[in-house]
Design a protein around this ligand. Structure first.
Ligand code: 1C4
Length: 445
């Protein structure tokens, strides 16, 4: 029997509440953001398409604006027979017959995707199904590749222009834009285009928040064939310079570097065959596959009132064990200007405060925390360096830190033991009254 007590036990035991709460900043962040999904035809022909389509519908219902670019090589192969080398990598020349195949295959890919996106996922009630409208059109202007090294590429083309205004109009009307890898020239001719190139041109033209490649691989691989979780543009360029990746991976890295340097915030390479990889990437801290960004993913910024909840969550267990001084939300509201937070994506992973004693021309590094799941990555050291820089900019002469458990950490980073008498007078009083008998450390600036 399904009882309320049974339900409570269910919620207590499973991770639903934890996971849903963890997803909430991402849900908030992505509302109204534009995502470009480049979906390989290997995914479209697989039995995972229905699950992926359901996840895509979920994203639209959460307010994300989606543009999908689909591949079609698997459909071409199905029509033309297995022996035909028809992917653009294998056969870059598109003659008239090949162009006909591309048109047929794109049509099938498109219809299958539209059908999958029209299904009502079982978890959505019929009357509450988001009424997703799919828009297509002549969004891509193409031009021929022409004759390369004496070889006529015939109807293989490249993107000349993206009609970003038309795409924006469709997105503004809550439509999902579906784009095939075919463009049209001013003379009315069709040209076959590469999915990567279309994805690059479209995501740059509409300044997408993210470009997400959904293919067959878990993500990009390093030399040991392990999935790389994160890359910034410098690391992408280094990987490309080492020339160690295969052709497909090299193309993805080149595309990623280009779009990141032209306004797209993130590029992801995920497996479209792994159930839920898209949701995992967008709504969990761990993510999925490979994520690429222009700058390193982490930044330290001044704390704001909106961060108080997360800072208090970081403090709570350390306050309970006596590592940190107690601080409540009223204290935080009054002192938030002293705090800096270390943020990655939408999450606060650490914080630190600089309390200034102007009369003694000194500062105290306080409330230094790195979240347990992000320790030993050098974040503590970065927060320390940040506070030292702040203190130097204020032309303070000394920085203090008081600690019950972390003395060695400060000594290893240039602090020395200090006496109570060396502390600023106001802090001496607080020290005496709170009876914590913390060790005192000082660093000359
Ligand atoms: N002692 C010595 N070494 C330590 C250490 C410790 N307690 N904790 C970590 N380490 C070492 C690691 O083993 C690692 O060494 P390895 O493996 O590289 O050789 C290295 O540090 C890691 O360095 P990191 O730069 O990657 O550092 P993170 O792990 O990112 O962060 C924290 C280091 C100490 C910040 C982190 O472990 C943490 O959050 N710990 C819990 C909170 C904590 O102890 N914070 C220090 C507070 S002192 C208080 C206040 O409320 O204002 C109390 C004031 C009072 O009156 O008593 C402060 C300043 O907040 N004061």
């Amino acid at each position: 029997m399904n009882t309320r007590a049974g339900n409570q036990e269910f919620f207590h035991n499973n991770r639903f509440i934890h996971d849903f709460r963890q997803a909430s900043p991402y849900i908030h962040h992505f509302n109204g953001k534009t995502l470009v999904l480049a979906i390989s035809s290997h995914v479209l022909v697989s039995d995972k398409l229905a699950a992926l389509a359901a996840d895509i519908l979920l994203l639209t219902s959460l307010g994300m604006r989606l543009v999908i670019i689909h591949g079609c090589s698997q459909y071409i192969q199905a029509i033309a027979g297995r022996s035909t080398a028809i992917s653009i990598d294998e056969n870059p020349i598109t003659d008239e017959a090949a162009l006909e195949l591309v048109k047929q295959a794109s049509g099938i890919a498109r219809f299958n995707l539209e059908a999958a996106l029209s299904m009502i996922p079982t978890q959505i009630m019929e009357h509450s199904t988001p009424n997703i409208r799919i828009a297509g059109g002549n969004f891509l202007r193409a031009k021929p590749l022409g004759v390369i090294n004496g070889i006529d590429m015939c109807y293989s083309g490249c993107v000349r222009k993206v009609d970003a205004t038309a795409i924006e109009e469709r997105l503004a009307h809550n439509q999902l834009v579906l784009i095939s890898p075919i463009g049209h020239s001013l003379s009315g001719q069709c040209y076959r285009l590469q999915v990567n190139e279309v994805a690059q041109a479209v995501s740059e033209a509409i300044s997408a928040e993210k470009l997400i490649f959904l293919g067959t691989q878990q993500g990009l691989l390093d030399e040991q064939q392990q999935t790389i979780s994160k890359l910034n543009c410098i690391e992408i360029r280094q990987l490309l310079a080492r020339n160690i990746t295969d052709k497909r991976q090299t193309e993805l890295l080149q595309t990623a570097a280009h779009v990141l340097e032209h306004g797209v915030q993130r590029v992801h390479v995920l497996s479209g065959l792994q159930d839920g990889s898209l949701l995992q990437e967008l709504f969990t801290r761990e993510g999925s596959g490979t994520a690429m960004a222009k700058a390193p993913f982490m930044r330290i910024r001044p704390a704001e009132n909106k961060d108080i909840g997360e800072i208090l969550q970081l403090i709570a267990p350390l306050e309970a064990t006596g590592v940190l001084l107690p601080r409540d939300s009223e204290y935080m509201e009054n002192h938030i200007h002293e705090f800096s937070v270390l943020e990655q994506d939408c999450y606060v992973y650490g914080c630190v405060a600089l309390h200034v004693y102007p009369e003694e021309n000194a500062g105290e590094l306080a409330c230094l925390i790195v979240s347990p799941d992000a320790r030993a990555r050098g974040y503590g050291e970065l927060l320390l360096a940040h506070v030292i820089k702040q203190a130097q900019e204020l032309q303070l002469q000394a920085l203090f830190a008081l600690s019950t458990h972390t003395g060695d950490w400060f000594v290893e980073r240039g602090f020395s033991s200090a006496t109570l008498a060396q502390l600023p007078a106001e802090r001496q009083q607080q020290y005496t009254s709170n009876k914590r008998r913390s060790k005192i450390f000082r660093r000359q600036l």
